[in-house]
Design a protein around this ligand. Sequence first.
Ligand code: HEC
Length: 108
Amino acid sequence: MNNIAKSLFFIILLSNLIYASSLNTGEKVFKAYCWGCHHETSVAFGPSFAEIANKRDVSEIQGHIVSPKSTYKQLGHKRSVMPPFGEKLSQKELDLITEFILSFKDKN
Ligand code: HEC
């Protein structure tokens, strides 16, 4: 292989590795950050995604994920123990996890 081919090969290899390790689906975001407290259709420590999907819209869901302390009262919770994810998730990851939650609408 000449040098250009070698460089290309490593760039492709590297971008594949980055792609494979990034949280590029809602399910991956869910498993990385939410699964300990939320399950898809059954109640865990927090409400199930099916329950959330059936009563909330995109802005309520994203507002709570980013800053639960500022939205829990409005959503009818007496207290909030969920950690904020505003600094952990990119906008893309936030959109993916929201889409994932809403995919459980009518599934409980
Ligand atoms: C440490 C446990 C914990 C983790 C981790 C957690 N949650 Fe929560 N979540 C809760 C609890 C408990 C509530 C109930 C209200 C509160 O505590 O803020 C909640 C509430 C919510 C709500 C609003 C529920 C409603 O009333 O409609 C959404 C949306 C939500 N979580 C999404 C997520 C997402 C998405 C993740 C992962 C990125 C996540 N949560 C991670 C515990 C958790």
